[in-house]
Design a protein around this ligand. Structure first.
Ligand code: ATP
Length: 664
């Protein structure tokens, strides 16, 4: 996988953008000026001379003088030490806490990860300014203590980023190899993980610096920063604002240097992340959190054109209901999962379990008569539940796109493939005819059309099912989405073509850094294509695990039974281990375990009350080391330990023989 390593090109990306180079040069120059302030600004910043008060710029006083006749230029340069130094201190503290914690959480997963995530949640929820005021109230105007506090409060951004990027890197083969070679986790994290996540962390650093600078200056403005007469930018802005009518010029030097510094940090951050200039600034401005306007800014991991956050898709406690003449009934209940950028998540289960309803609700596509009755669906941080169709149209296609089971339904048979692609490209990107045609051909080439020109000129009925599905995938890519939801994308295709389409999805994921959510009833497809999977049964998630664990050590009897029923596990002359019975209809869901009636592990205990989805601790239940790493998972079963025992001993409980074959 080249995904995370590609972020190391962040610096070369920055250097290729003239605006970012200018911003970086400005910051370097500013930093050097502040470091060598005595050389650059030899006039005493504290020396008062009332006869020179409120002067405009001159040869002696490059930026004029203030109310007490002090040299503004000198105060600005010397004051930079307090302001920039404070911001650097806050950023260093945030990094020192956030990076190790995030890496530990992402690497060890399980309970440690939960603790780390709660830590990040806690600090994200804290109103930073209020905490700072309280600290200043307790310690007086001690900027060091205030900036250390700010650093602690801002560490959640580094925690989340380091965790998310470590989660990606820990899947790399060389990390597994180091683990198997017995290298201590601390050394693996330092030597193999940290160098591979430094690109995104660098981006976060520049964003944190900008935010810390703003807060630092804000405190100075409120009189809570460096005590006068020592200069600080915030303090100077505050003094200037009092003289706004008498000597308006005074606001210019301190205001401009603040604006330029913050802009420069954000421009550098955007360039490192591959964002359009101004993205960070706009997002910071509109962020509603009362604490530092930085934290969970996504940063590039796998795709130079995008950023990485914890999750590009985050579904929390989702319930979807339909209504008929007998009233409303849920068909999906309490579903939660997350998908990271560039990750492939499988949603697997029998027909009628709620996979498609869940997947389509991610695009706000609940069938008429249905609605999201509970929960939230965040796409890149924005909750789309309750959004209007107009708002949803801005998300569909350009953030998240759908590839459906039946390519012919995604494409109109009365227009050529090229015409439909051009129209969609023009809609999403505003490109004009010629450019849209070029992009259409580029997309057709990307999805492996042997002759893009000919494909563009064809109608869907003139191409094979496999080619139509490629065209449908090209269509889904017209808005440059970050997430592709593929709902049984190979079901309508014959076996050889199925493999080609799965290969294509894998390739697109790697080349474009796409997150893929793949809905399928086939665990084999999940094994080939996904990193992680959730197994759904009767509207609920009954197991979630990384694919290796799911296939080799399932925790839920249903997953175990699905594995045993895989055609790949069939043995000539031996009847297949089909799962007896059927998925209960939504109105017939039992109050206890919904799989109990079909489960050979079920006891009375399973039927008494609802079973919660439980985080499995390493060592409890099915956890087993894979390449030396304890992988974690969740299962909705009260008998996971018995299931684990049956799987490991190959005992003759339901489907175990076939299951063992699949493991082999
Ligand atoms: N428009 C609808 N009106 C009423 N019920 C619906 C509607 N669409 C889906 N359902 C019900 O929701 C439940 C989940 O359906 P869903 O299509 O998500 O299942 P699935 O797991 O994707 O199955 P399949 O693989 O067959 O598509 C089913 O019981 C189905 O009958």
């Amino acid at each position: 996988m080249t995904r995370v390593r590609r972020t190391d090109t962040a610096l070369s990306r920055l250097l290729s953008k003239p605006g970012a180079v200018v911003a970086l040069a400005f910051l370097v120059l500013l930093g050097l000026s502040v470091l060598f302030a005595d050389l650059v600004a030899p006039l005493d910043p504290l020396a008062q001379d009332l006869s020179l008060a409120r002067q405009m710029p001159s040869a002696e006083h490059l930026l004029g003088t203030d109310d007490l006749g002090r040299d503004v230029y000198s105060r600005l340069i010397h004051g930079g030490a307090a302001t920039l130094g404070g911001a650097v201190l806050a950023a260093v503290v945030a990094m020192s806490i956030g990076i190790p914690l995030g890496m530990i959480g992402g690497y060890f997963r399980g309970f440690t990860d939960t603790l780390v995530s709660r830590f990040a949640d806690f600090f994200q929820a804290l109103p930073t300014i209020v905490i700072l005021m309280a600290v200043i109230g307790a310690f007086g105007n001690n900027t060091t203590v205030a900036m250390v506090t700010l650093g602690v409060a801002m560490s959640d951004g580094f925690v989340r980023l380091a965790r998310a990027t470590t989660l990606q890197v820990r899947r790399e083969l060389y990390v597994d190899a180091a683990n198997v070679a017995g290298i201590a986790p601390g050394l693996i994290l330092f030597r193999h993980v940290l160098p591979n996540i430094r690109g995104p962390l660098l981006v976060q650093l520049s964003i944190t610096m900008g935010a810390a600078l703003l807060i630092q200056a804000g405190l100075g403005f409120l009189g809570l920063g460096t005590p006068p007469p020592a200069p600080s930018w915030g303090g100077m802005i505050s003094e200037a604002s009092e003289l706004i009518y008498l000597h308006p010029w005074l606001l210019v030097p301190s205001g401009v240097i603040m604006i330029l510094s913050i802009l420069s940090f954000n421009v550098v951050g955007d360039a490192l992340a591959g964002n359009r200039p101004g993205t960070t600034l706009v997002r910071s401005f509109f962020r509603t959190k009362t604490s530092a306007p930085v934290a969970s800014k996504p940063v590039a991991v796998d795709d130079p054109q995008s950023d990485v956050d914890d999750a590009i898709v985050s579904v929390r406690d989702l319930s979807v209901s339909f209504a008929d003449s007998n009233g409303e009934f849920a068909v999906v209940q309490g579903v939660s999962f997350e998908v990271s950028r560039g990750e492939a998540l499988g949603i697997v289960g029998e027909s009628g379990c709620g996979k498609s309803v869940t997947a389509k609700s991610l695009l706000g596509l609940v069938a008429p008569g249905g609605r999201v009755s509970k929960g939230e669906i965040r796409i890149d941080g924005t909750n789309i539940v309750g959004q209007t169709n107009k708002q949803l149209r801005a998300v569909r296609g350009s953030r998240i796109a759908l590839v459906s089971q039946e390519p012919m339904t995604a494409l109109d048979p009365t227009f050529t493939i090229g015409a439909q692609l051009r129209e969609a490209i023009a809609h999403h990107t505003g490109r004009k005819a010629g450019e849209a045609q070029a992009r259409a051909l580029e997309l057709l080439r990307l999805v492996g059309m042997p002759d893009p020109q000919q494909a563009a000129a064809s109608y869907t009925f003139q191409v094979s099912g496999g080619m139509a599905q490629r065209a449908a995938i090209a269509m889904a890519l017209t808005g440059d989405p970050e997430v592709l939801v593929a709902d049984e994308p190979t079901t309508a295709l014959d076996v050889t073509v199925q493999a080609e389409i799965l290969d294509l999805l894998r390739r697109l994921r790697e080349e474009l850094g796409l997150a893929v959510i793949l809905v399928t009833h086939d665990l084999g497809v999940v094994a080939d294509t996904c990193d992680r999977a959730i197994v759904m049964y009767a509207g609920q998630v009954i197991e979630e695990a990384d694919v290796d664990t799911l296939l080799t050590a399932p925790s839920h009897p249903y997953t175990r039974a699905l594995l045993a029923a895989m055609p790949a596990n069939a043995v000539a002359g031996v009847p297949m281990d089909a799962i007896s019975g059927a998925v209960p209809a939504p109105r017939d869901w039992p109050s206890g375990c919904r799989f109990a009636d079909r489960c050979t592990f079920a006891t009375d205990r399973c039927r008494t009350s609802p079973v919660a989805l439980t985080l499995l601790r390493p060592g409890a239940g099915q956890q087993r080391p894979t390449a030396g790493i304890q992988r974690s998972g969740m299962a909705r079963c009260v008998r996971v330990e018995e299931v684990a025992k049956a799987t490991s001993t190959g005992s003759a409980t339901q489907n175990s023989s076939a299951n063992e074959r699949s493991i082999a």
